[in-house]
Design a protein around this ligand. Structure first.
Ligand SMILES: C[S@@+](CC[C@H](N)C(=O)[O-])C[C@H]1O[C@@H](n2cnc3c(N)ncnc32)[C@H](O)[C@@H]1O
Length: 359
């Protein structure tokens, strides 16, 4: 592949940057990555789009990438179809209004995804006791349950957004459920930055949290499966949570889409996708035992920020594999990355944590 200019705004890139220039959105539209109405909302997004466009241009012309062109054509069809719109609207409605039945269905589904991931990659197998798992966005708990089931007696810590703030309920069995704590991981100020002294005039001053993971705590397996929720009220100013996914298409989640939020939104609406992604990556890697495993939910493998994450992790992992579950995620761009033998003490890993924390 031709050298693509490195995006300085991407926390996974090595620096440099192509800076300004017109947004080559036509190629993104052709690849089915966005609709005609798409406009990047800020400079960083424009740079990401430019670099994604270079990748997509390469793939569209590459003789061996027939599969990518077929997928692009299908995605374009999705953007044009009103039936698709309706189906995905229904899907979103179900996701936003979780009944007890839907929650239980989701819990079982997450268990099936974990099983499939494990069968294909062995991701959930930890070394003999004492061993432990950290799940940064754990509810309803299918992944954690699977990890605890196949590693009897392992330690487990899970965080997840409180249902009263729009998060999912904890459906772990009574004797396992105590390992899960409800909190907003994007508010872990002390864990992320050592910050204990939040300026009183910060719009979210009362929401930031003290340390939750012991400084020296290390885990064998780290799960990063969070995606931002439309139901979470992130307003600290003028945000409008209902617009967060207004241009979603093709079953994409907030993380999937190329950010189309507007500059008038508060900082959480504008950057929440990145805040949630990088807090999981930074704390997950920082608290991973050397040689441990990370399972990470990602979207759109051809997107520049996703590629940068893959490249960065591959620098200090024995193996990085991608798995697209068959039991779910089939009409979405989401997939799982499984990194094994991750040398979390490697200088590049330490640098990655610092970079992700600085986002
Ligand atoms: C796909 S679900 C995770 C499913 C989980 N892996 C399982 O096995 O059941 C995504 C989770 O991310 C959580 N989440 C979203 N934003 C969050 C935040 N800011 N802090 C903590 N959890 C968050 C949601 O509440 C939800 O539980």
């Amino acid at each position: 592949m031709k050298d693509v200019s490195i995006d300085s705004s991407s926390p996974d890139s090595g620096g440099g940057g192509s800076g300004s220039g017109p947004v080559p959105s036509d190629i993104l539209v052709r690849a089915g990555l966005c609709g005609l109405a798409y406009r990047p909302s800020h400079l960083a997004q424009r740079e990401i789009d430019e670099n994604t466009s270079a990748v997509v241009k390469y793939l569209m012309a590459e003789p061996d990438a027939e599969e990518f062109r077929t997928l692009a054509a299908l995605r374009r069809k999705g953007w044009e179809s009103s039936d698709g719109d309706k189906a995905f609207q229904e899907q979103r409605k179900r996701a936003d209004n979780l009944s007890k039945d839907i929650s239980e269905f989701n819990y079982k589904l997450m268990g099936k995804i974990a099983e499939e991931l494990h069968t294909n990659t062995g991701a959930f197998q930890m070394p003999p006791r004492p061993c432990s798992v950290l799940d940064l966005c754990a509810a309803p708990g299918g992944f954690l349950n699977h990890a605890m089931r196949i590693n009897p007696g392992c330690g487990a810590v899970g965080f997840s957004l409180n249902p009263k703030d729009g998060g999912y309920p904890n459906l772990l069995s009574p004797f396992r459920r105590r390992c899960m704590k409800f909190l907003d991981v994007t508010m872990l100020a002390e864990d992320m930055m050592g910050a204990t002294d939040i300026p009183a005039d910060h719009p979210d001053a009362d929401k930031f949290l003290p340390r939750q993971i012991g400084e020296v705590d290390r885990f064998d397996l780290v799960l990063c499966d969070g995606h931002i929720l439309r139901t979470q009220d992130r307003s600290s100013g003028a945000g409008d949570k209902n617009n967060a996914t207004s241009d979603d298409k093709n079953g994409t989640t907030d993380d999937d889409k190329i950010d189309a939020t507007s500059d008038s939104k508060n900082y959480r609406e504008l950057y929440e996708i990145y805040r949630l992604k990088y807090v999981q990556l930074a704390l997950g890697l920082e608290h991973l035992k050397p040689g441990g495993t990370m399972v990470i939910l990602l979207h759109k493998v051809e997107m520049w920020t996703t590629l940068c994450t893959l490249r960065r992790l591959s620098r200090f992992s024995e193996q990085v594999r991608l798995h697209k579950p068959r039991v779910s995620h089939t009409t979405r761009s989401s997939f799982y990355l499984v990194a094994t033998g991750v040398d979390s003490a490697h200088p590049e890993a330490v640098a990655a944590v610092a970079k992700w924390k600085a986002v």
